[in-house]
Ligand binder design. Structure first.
Ligand code: AMP
Length: 417
């Protein structure tokens, strides 16, 4: 299938051509016709599958073709993080470059004044994070009574980050007659319940589940002691001559420490996390994208939404407590059909996290034991898997939707990031 088969209007086709897109990704192929037809939709798709374009392109087309062009805020895209919000707005700018539709983005951590003045001038599409949106609604700067389309992006992350009640508050004030699109990488019970209330006869779209997307990524594991992790990281960055890498730590403090250690070892490294100002985070991201820095050390929430096409290495310096987070993290690499490598460190206290991850992806990570900092604190030395190269072993099962209400997920909430 090509974009031509999707009945897109010329200004969108030209913009997609400029962006270098030749054919729709699976989620775009499945979602775009239904969204164009005005249907509600629940889509199970993770970041990296092209889901932003899957909703942005048909929403732009529908708004352009509808007769309500003079009304303010006709579409709302609600997304959990500032980085994701900024990226979605950039995508709207790119796909909508030949259309007269106006958009704005609102998120916290920066002055509200430029955001408010842009909205006052009149916009068609608003991209927002929940906190700032509610704040501006409370102050009377944002009214959603003209809304035609509501997109809830990364619904499971909203739950993880403790935003689900804010989302519910937003939903309460939306006009009843509207089109609603819900995107989520996983479908925990709470999101399924929300979907039931929020959507009217939704089309269900499910693309290759994340566990299969992850297949393309070379996943390896190094057992080591906690105090040796930083040295092991430096060793691997040098040994593999890694030009650019994203390193995940569990805490903000940990991210700072690792970035400092790397800087001392001669790498251009910086940390991003929730304690850094939005401007500092954007600058770090920009420097990373432009290769001014080679290693970005991030906590999960700060890294959410990072979209760097060329990223080939992700390090799990700390394994995440929530297994799904592993999939989100390593999904930063291996984008748009490229190969990627995910390297995880496991210390003696993280074996249960490792077990959870391997159960979720229904595969074992490829243990690499030839390195100078092996785990010595363990009573039971881990066995190497024997397989080198790609950790692709058995084909992972479609096991992402199994989890029920997600009580454990919330342990990875915003306090840590
Ligand atoms: P997303 O899942 O929305 O975060 O998109 C992941 C990446 O895929 C982004 O860098 C997009 O620019 C890119 N992308 C989205 N759709 C296409 C397409 N049809 N062809 C090529 N790249 C795409």
């Amino acid at each position: 299938m090509t974009f031509n088969d999707l009945d897109l209007i010329n200004p969108l086709m030209r913009a997609l051509g400029d962006a270098g897109y030749t054919k729709p990704t699976p989620v775009q192929e499945k979602a775009i016709p239904h969204v164009l037809a005005g249907r509600d939709m629940v889509a199970c798709a993770q970041t990296g599958t092209g889901k932003t374009a899957a909703f942005s392109i048909p929403v732009l087309q529908n708004l352009q073709n509808s007769g309500n062009k003079r009304k303010n805020i006709r579409a709302l895209i609600l997304t959990p993080t500032r980085e994701l919000a900024i990226q979605i707005e950039q995508s709207l700018t790119s796909y909508g470059k030949y259309l007269p539709l106006r958009h704005a983005v609102v998120y916290g951590g920066v002055s509200q004044n430029p955001q408010v003045s842009k909205i006052r001038k009149g916009i068609d599409i608003l991209v927002a994070t929940p906190g700032r949106l509610l704040d501006l609604m409370g102050q009377g700067h944002i009214h959603l009574s003209n809304l035609e389309v509501f997109v809830l992006d990364e619904a499971d992350r909203m739950l993880d980050m403790g935003f689900i009640n804010d989302v519910r508050k937003v939903i309460k004030v939306l006009p009843k007659k509207r089109q609603t699109l819900l995107f989520s990488a996983t479908m925990p019970g709470e999101i399924q319940d929300l979907a039931k209330k929020l959507l009217y006869k939704p089309v269900k779209v499910e693309v290759t589940p994340p566990s299969t997307t992850v297949e393309k990524i070379d996943q390896s594991l190094y057992y080591t002691n906690r105090p040796d992790k930083r040295k092991l990281l430096v060793h691997l960055l040098k040994e593999k001559d890694i030009g650019s890498a994203l390193v995940f730590t569990r805490t903000k403090h940990g991210a700072d420490k690792v970035a400092r250690f790397l800087s001392k070892a001669g790498f251009k490294a910086t940390a991003i996390h929730g304690n850094k100002s939005q401007n500092a985070r954007q600058k770090a991201l920009g420097d990373f994208k432009r290769s001014k820095i080679s290693v970005l050390v991030a906590t999960d929430i700060a890294a959410r939404g990072i979209d760097i096409d060329e990223l080939s290495y992700v390090f799990n310096f700390d394994l995440p407590d929530v297994a799904e987070t592993y999939v989100h993290r390593i999904g930063r690499t291996g984008r748009a059909g490229n190969d990627g490598s995910a390297i995880s460190f496991c210390d003696p206290n993280q074996k249960s996290e490792l077990k959870g991850i391997q159960k979720l992806i229904n595969n074992r990570l490829n243990v690499l034991s030839e390195h100078p900092y092996p785990m010595t604190d363990s009573e039971e030395p881990p066995k190497a898997s024997g397989e080198r190269g790609k950790g692709r072993g058995r084909k992972p099962k479609r096991n992402f939707k199994r989890r029920s209400s997600g009580s454990k997920r919330r342990s990875g909430g915003r306090s840590k990031n």
